[in-house]
Design a protein around this ligand. Structure first.
Ligand code: ADP
Ligand code: MG
Length: 226
């Protein structure tokens, strides 16, 4: 489904070039759940951002279902991203002024052009997702009125509103206590099993990563089997 070929990324700094990703080769199969582990600062987030096309590589290619995504023009790339990829971050990045329901709906508006969802459809889908995430009765709460676990569930619902094929999660339980983190991870596993969504999850939590199909470790700018 996703084929990553000799992916490299460097950042140009005042002090010179910082080579972070040094040639990543990886095939990700449809319906897989992959954990990426590794020390802080090795480039896990950088890799996930590029995989989600939020950033571009210095060299190398990524094919999604055979399409060389970084050869697409900006509009096609944005539309590809909206249709295909969902993101969950360590800090949920919910908008504090908006309700839970509005936060979940938000990508629906951005995606309206490409997916042509009507407003009523977006409301309906967002409500259904909040129910599925175990959050009935929370749709009019603002993020500040919810617990950390509830906020992360809303972030997961938001990632799913455009029905992505793949969800990229960057330390989704990193900011939660163990029990709440386990619940969020269980939720991701259930989504993988029941909806067949492919997951790539960066995590520090070894006991959680063991529930994934594959664990890859980032070492010295490369990914190795763990
Ligand atoms: P990880 O997620 O594994 O902790 P990151 O991918 O965030 O690591 O960062 C890897 C390295 O790249 C770090 O040394 C970081 O300082 C550097 N880095 C990340 N983003 C940028 C950027 N936009 N500009 C310069 N350096 C960056
Ligand atoms: Mg990181």
């Amino acid at each position: 489904m996703i084929e990553i070929q000799n992916l490299k990324k460097s950042f140009i700094m005042k002090a010179g070039e910082l080579l972070v990703l040094k040639g990543i080769n990886l095939a990700i199969y449809e319906g897989e759940m992959i954990a990426i582990v590794g020390a802080s600062g090795v480039g896990k987030s950088t890799f996930l951002h590029i995989l989600g096309t939020l950033d571009s590589p210095t060299s190398g290619k990524i094919f999604y279902n055979g399409i060389d995504i970084f050869s697409l023009d900006e509009n096609s790339l944005a539309s590809f991203r909206n249709r295909t990829v969902g993101f969950v971050f360590q800090f949920h990045h919910l908008l504090p002024e908006f309700t839970a329901l509005e936060n979940v709906m938000m990508p629906g508006f951005i995606g309206m052009g490409s997916k042509r969802l009507r407003y009523e459809e977006i409301v309906e889908k967002a409500e259904r997702l909040l129910d599925e995430m175990g959050l009935p009765g929370r749709k009019n709460h603002r993020p500040g009125e919810l617990s950390g676990g509830e906020q992360q569930r809303i972030a997961v619902a938001r990632a799913l509103i455009l029905e992505p094929e793949v969800v990229l999660a960057d330390e989704p339980t990193g900011n939660l206590d163990t029990a709440t983190g386990n619940e969020i991870f269980d939720l991701l596993i259930r989504l993988n099993r029941e909806k067949g969504i492919t997951f790539v999850i960066v995590t520090h939590n070894e006991s959680l990563s063991r529930h994934c199909h594959r664990i890859l470790k980032m070492v010295d700018g490369k990914l190795v089997d763990n």
